[in-house]
Design a protein around this ligand. Structure first.
Ligand SMILES: *Cc1c(COP(=O)(O)O)cnc(C)c1O
Length: 395
């Protein structure tokens, strides 16, 4: 009897997070290290390059942006904002029940309580009606987040915040490049944030982010809070209990180098995203649901589909060398760290459904057309071979 042939593992030909994001800019990175490392001032944080990057990002956002403040991460930006808004013990902040950990963790770090609102089943972003139902006497702020490639319903949240006299923190960490009704992501809230962690649309080889705001007072407070509560003029005078959330000069120089290419990279992401959407539109009948069709309030960060056969799809793609990613396998209130702070007995059915069914496909600017077609072919072949007997056409 001959042994069955051993099937060699299929090599990953399309990684989910590409390791070569900065290959074309390696010389610029080394130049930045050299320039800052040998600069006469030996200034490594919060120097002239950081200031130039803040101005350049502010210019892109157009008139009305009062301040762009670089800080050490998107998460830290949210924390600085909550601190600047005096969110603290006894306060509640309404956040989505489905999303990334910082949405709950930054509120808890401020000694306030996150109140989890269910999401919209189509956009996968926080549902304004669910959020409104949770507003009470202790509510201090609303913190909607943009998700995957879809902006939250910011006009509704702006109106809600105004009607109830609440602060509005916009978690736009991954939404740089998106606009809704002509207004950039991050500019709908009292303030927003962008993250520059490696894989984000304006990612970099390090940690960092910015806070952006149209409220000059808030901008000043965040500027102070990012550097131990100092005002930038008088050293060792601490006006507020601050944080250490400063920005690195090497990274600032590198980001200034990368900024002119950002729009082209966003356009290529949008092109790939639109191609996926064309290919996947007919699959809804077979139980594979693509993001809501493009247009206003979209940004091409990752491409996330929903399917009741998520784990089978993931295996099917892996067998074809394609790495996919499940971002959030559980809703936030079901995480061990946050469950003790969630309302007992509450349910978040749309968040739970999204957590069971979400899977994200590779989406980055230097995917080749052939790779993009290979991914789309593989997803379509899966849907054809495994039609969901109970297609849920809702996302
Ligand atoms: C990435 C991200 C963050 C955190 O940003 P970091 O720079 O990684 O701290 C916060 N919120 C959302 C929605 C994100 O995608």
């Amino acid at each position: 009897m001959t042994a069955p042939p051993i099937t060699p593992p299929v090599p990953v030909t399309v990684p989910f997070f590409p390791p070569d994001l900065f290959d074309g800019d390696r010389e610029a990175l080394l130049d930045a290290v050299r320039a800052v490392g040998t600069g006469p001032g030996q200034r490594f944080i919060l120097g002239e390059h950081t200031a130039r990057l803040e101005r350049a990002l502010g210019d892109r956002l157009g008139p009305g942006t009062a301040d762009v403040v670089a800080c050490s991460s998107g998460t830290s930006g949210l924390s600085l904002l909550l601190a600047a808004m005096d969110v603290g013990p006894g306060d509640e902040v309404v956040v989505p029940a489905f999303g990334c950990a910082p949405l709950a963790a930054t509120v808890l770090d401020a000694d306030a309580r996150p109140v989890f609102a269910d999401i919209d089943p189509v956009r996968l972003t926080i549902d304004p009606a669910a959020a409104e139902a949770l507003i009470g006497p202790r509510t201090k702020a609303l913190m909607p987040a943009h998700m995957f490639s879809v902006m939250a319903d910011m006009p509704a949240f702006r109106a809600l915040a105004d009607r109830h006299g609440l602060r509005l923190v916009e978690d736009s960490a991954l939404a740089q490049g998106g606009t809704l009704a002509g207004r950039p992501a991050g500019c709908w809230g009292d303030a927003g944030v962008y993250s520059f962690v490696q894989v984000k649309t304006f990612g970099m080889p390090g940690e960092g982010g910015v806070v952006l705001t149209r409220d000059a007072g808030l901008g000043r407070a965040v500027r102070m809070l990012r550097n131990h509560g100092q005002d930038g003029v008088h050293r060792f005078v601490h006006h507020r209990v601050g944080h250490n959330s400063r920005f690195d000069e090497v990274m600032a120089l590198f980001q200034l180098h990368r900024l002119p290419g950002l729009d082209a990279r966003l356009a290529r992401r949008a092109e790939i995203s639109a191609y996926y959407s064309r290919r996947f539109a007919p699959l809804a009948d077979r139980g594979l649901v693509a993001p809501p069709a493009g247009g206003d309030g979209r940004f091409p960060y990752v491409y996330t589909v929903l399917t009741g056969r998520r784990d089978e799809l993931r295996a099917h793609l892996a067998a074809r060398g394609i790495a996919a990613h499940v971002y959030y396998p559980r809703p936030l209130p079901a995480q061990p760290a946050f469950a003790p702070h969630a309302a007992p007995g509450a349910a978040w059915p749309n968040a739970e459904s999204a957590a069971r069914r979400n899977i994200s496909l590779p989406l980055y600017p230097h995917l080749t057309d052939a790779q993009v077609e290979h991914i789309a072919d593989a997803v379509c072949a899966f849907a054809d071979a495994h039609p969901d007997p109970h297609p849920n056409r809702e996302r």
